[in-house]
Ligand binder design. Sequence first.
Ligand SMILES: NC(=O)c1ccc[n+]([C@@H]2O[C@H](COP(=O)([O-])OP(=O)(O)OC[C@H]3O[C@@H](n4cnc5c(N)ncnc54)[C@H](OP(=O)(O)O)[C@@H]3O)[C@@H](O)[C@H]2O)c1
Length: 325
Amino acid sequence: MPDRIIYWGIIGLGKIAHKFAEDLLKVPRCELAAVASRSETKSKAFANTFKAKKAYANYEDLLQDPIVNAVYIATPHSYHFDHALLSLKYGKAVLCEKPFAMHTAQVQTMITAAKAHNLLLMEALWTNFLPHYKKAMEVLHVGAIGKILRLEADFGFEPIFDAESRVFNKELGGGSLLDIGIYPIFAALSSLGMPKKIEANANFFDNGADSECFIHFKYDDKVEAKLHSTFLTNSHTKAVFTGTCGVLEIHGRFHQPSSFTVTLKDEEPVTYNFKVPYHGYFYEIDHFNQLLRQNKTESDVMTFQRSLNLMELLDTVRTKIGLHY
Ligand SMILES: NC(=O)c1ccc[n+]([C@@H]2O[C@H](COP(=O)([O-])OP(=O)(O)OC[C@H]3O[C@@H](n4cnc5c(N)ncnc54)[C@H](OP(=O)(O)O)[C@@H]3O)[C@@H](O)[C@H]2O)c1
């Protein structure tokens, strides 16, 4: 049915789940049907705040609820694989947070499982769906700044070290690369495609999680991307594309709702502003709902191949810097 209401469930009620739920309430023709936490108190409080009808104290109980059509997985990276497979097993469409899994083989298994169950599966790479990012990619792909020669993109902030937090805890996939380095890498992938050569080096915390990564992608014809992720400093978190005819700069923080400026040779800069009355998760949710209503099992925007490529790049960088999970 083209207008059918999509009933969502969320598992893992941490920081991102709260923002996601706020946006979900604004998306037309969908409802937050159920939420699940390991803690009953947390689950009830979350359900109360976001008017979810059901609050579970166990992820699997939510997955067995027949009202739920779509599950948003908002647990730490190291759980994405298991939780995605479990959700698919119970017949749910899955929107899973980034990084999709811990390595490419897991992503491949998740895709195989989704195909076997004939269910929709998508990585929640929200940047892909944001109006400013979509427009910036369109401008780049029509060649407005000419041939792209160089991308410089960074993502840096300075969280206080806490060995238990999922951001730093290696057991949970902690470290800058998988948490925030994924965004500059995604910017390179979505603009320049897969590189021919990758160089990378990193610094590490005492617990072995990477504190920062310096990544260099090389393409044909001296085209390159210089990418940086860091938990050691607050950086501009912008993406600057230099082409043969001009420069396109996505302003900080480029991965979330933002704006961009195009400066062509001998012309005044033109800035594109976008009014976004949400955190920005609205757009990926709306896209996912539409796919479900059309009985699609794969997104035409965040395709399986794109997720596989992204994970492959993360895997290669990890190998280069000697980071093992
Ligand atoms: N798209 C974005 O903008 C964005 C932004 C931030 C994070 N993320 C992604 O979303 C995921 C969650 O990030 P977050 O910042 O929301 O993390 P968080 O605040 O730590 O929340 C993660 C939740 O996962 C559940 N969980 C299950 N097992 C856990 C364990 N062993 N240790 C800790 N938590 C456990 C917990 O929920 P319960 O206690 O309720 O079970 C916890 O609250 C990450 O993969 C991250 O990459 C995406």
